[in-house]
Every structure is written in structure tokens, then in C-alpha cells.
Design a binder for this molecule. Structure first.
Ligand code: ZN
Length: 307
């Protein structure tokens, strides 16, 4: 009988869930609201219920559910399977992996949403065939995942990849983390929209508006966009000095701007490189399903390790 893994990507507002075959193809997809306002215990119970129901769906479709993978935001200890801390879902030391194992009666894995997204882009998406891949997700926040030879790097405390909190503009815009001038405070989709809104006096302007208007030649939008691009290039240069990757994959909402983002970022990075070997900079291919596919890959890896 064919096998499938249960995969969930839990975000601050929604959960992307799927049944994925061992070759990475998706058999079934569904989405649910996270409803984080109900508190971490209720969210945890909801995750387990959805995972159980997906396993049931697999069986009903003639597939054998063999493992589960769950991706969550925040600080995630992949080794112990604990969701250590999350500002937007509210997790504090939730042993999600073991809870899923017990509830489902099958092997389970827990991963960090952006780091498993990196895994998916590296193995199935824009980083296919490359040995050293850095995935940078730029949305409300900014985070990165380093993948070497198909394996993700999570750090000693489950907190690797916080590229968003590399200071690129000392003394600059205050960041939610307590520092000033973090990459995230200068270049996230949220901060681009906010800066433009402040300068234009037009409340509610988004990064998408800024990208569109900059492309149409509007002076203020071009300036805000270019400032963000320059800050991003500074952050990526630091990342390249540290990791020397072959390819940087840009994902998240801001990457929807496509060449309006990629081309100026490539140019700004090219201006900055000195001793560095410049990486290729490409757009992510898997969109917002990267986290869910990555959770599935983590589940499949767990099975391989058990054999
Ligand atoms: Zn910060």
C-alpha cells in the first residue's frame, strides 16, 4: 500500500496542512485558522486533532500514514521536539513532537517554519541540485534557513537563522527585538509599508503598493524601495561572508515583487562584494507551501533515521 506523511505548517494566523507522498508530491491539502487568541493549549489540541483527521483521511484514501511533521514559528528545538517559544502562537516549552507521537501512534518530527521551508526550497524548489543554499523569507518579519547537502542547520538552541536581527543600520529604526536598525526593521514587508505610509502621509500603504509605484516611477516609492534594497543587500552580504553559499533563495511575501526585487538586489550586492564569492540570487519556487512541504520532508527524514 502507498505511504503518506501528515504535514502541518502552523503560522500566526493560519495552518497549511497536507498529506504528502514519499516522493514529495502532495496527495491532499487543507487550510485551517490557527486562532492563536484561544491560547497555546487550545492551539496544541487543534493541531493534534487536525493531524489525526489527516491520518484518517489518508487511510480512507487507501494510503498508509507513516509519520507526521509539524512546523512552527519562534524558537524550536528540533532535537527534543519542543516548541520553546513563539511570540505569535504563544508556545512556551510545548513538547509537540511527543504529543503528536502519542496521539497518532507514529513517528513525528517538529521543525522551525522557515528552516523547514529552506529544506523544501533546497531539495524540491529553487535550490534543487545545489549543495549550499540560504533561504531568506521576507514577510512581516525576516528569517533565514541554511541548508548544506540537504540538511538544515538549527543551531545550539534552536534559534539559528535570525538574519532579520542582524543590525544593518546602527541607530536606525527600532525593532521589536529591542535593538535598532535590524534588517527586519528596515526591510521587512511591514516596515517598507510603514515607512512609505509615514513619508507619504497615506495610512495603510503596503510594501506591494510601494513596489508597484516604484516600478511605475513614483519618486518617493522608488526611494523607499531602493533604501530597503540597499539594507537587504547589506544583510545578504553579511550572510554571504558567514556562509559562502552557492545560491540565495528569496521567499516570503516580498519576493512576490519578482524582478522588481531580484534585479536591484543583485545589482546592490554586486556593488558590495570584495573578497566574497557572489551567490546566485533567485526567487523561491514553492510559495507559501514551502513550510508544509518542509514539515513533510522532516517527517520522511525521521523515518529514514529510524531504519
Ligand atoms: Zn531586531
Amino acid at each position: 500500500m502507498s505511504q503518506a506523511v501528515v504535514a502541518l505548517d502552523v503560522g500566526g494566523t493560519g495552518m497549511k496542512c497536507a498529506l504528502v507522498r514519499p516522493d514529495g508530491t502532495v496527495h491532499h491539502e487543507e487550510r485551517h485558522p490557527t486562532r492563536a487568541e484561544r491560547g497555546p493549549a487550545a492551539v496544541t489540541e487543534n493541531i493534534l486533532e487536525i493531524a489525526e483527521s489527516l491520518a484518517g483521511k489518508a487511510r480512507a484514501d487507501g494510503l498508509t500514514p507513516v509519520a507526521a511533521g509539524i512546523a512552527v514559528p519562534g524558537v524550536v528545538d528540533e532535537v527534543t521536539g519542543v516548541a520553546v517559544w513563539s511570540s505569535n502562537v504563544g508556545f512556551r516549552d510545548v513538547p509537540l513532537r511527543d504529543l503528536a507521537r502519542q496521539r497518532l501512534g507514529m513517528p513525528a518530527a517538529l521543525g522551525h517554519d522557515v528552516r523547514v521551508g529552506a529544506l523544501a526550497e533546497a531539495r524540491l524548489g529553487a535550490g534543487r541540485g545545489r549543495r549550499h543554499v540560504l533561504f531568506v523569507a521576507i514577510g512581516t518579519g525576516i528569517a533565514a534557513g541554511l541548508v548544506v547537502d540537504g540538511s538544515g542547520y538549527s543551531g545550539a538552541h534552536g534559534a539559528a537563522g535570525e538574519l532579520g536581527h542582524v543590525v544593518v543600520r546602527p541607530g536606525g529604526t527600532p525593532c521589536g527585538c529591542g535593538l535598532r536598525g535590524c534588517l527586519e526593521a528596515e526591510t521587512s514587508a511591514k516596515s517598507i509599508g510603514r515607512k512609505y505610509a509615514e513619508l507619504s502621509g497615506e495610512p495603510g500603504a503596503t510594501a506591494f503598493d510601494v513596489a508597484t509605484r516604484a516600478a511605475a516611477g513614483e519618486e518617493l516609492a522608488r526611494k523607499v524601495w531602493q533604501d530597503a534594497v540597499e539594507a537587504l543587500a547589506d544583510g545578504l552580504l553579511t550572510a554571504q561572508a558567514l556562509y559562502d553559499v552557492g545560491v540565495i533563495v528569496l521567499g516570503g511575501g516580498l519576493a512576490e515583487a519578482g524582478d522588481d526585487l531580484l534585479q536591484p538586489v543583485r545589482a546592490a550586492l554586486a556593488q558590495r562584494v570584495t573578497f566574497h564569492r557572489p551567490p546566485e540570487i533567485v526567487r523561491a519556487e514553492l510559495g507559501d507551501t514551502a513550510g508544509c512541504l518542509g514539515a513533510a520532508l522532516l517527517a520522511l527524514d525521521t523515518l529514514e533515521e529510524a531504519q
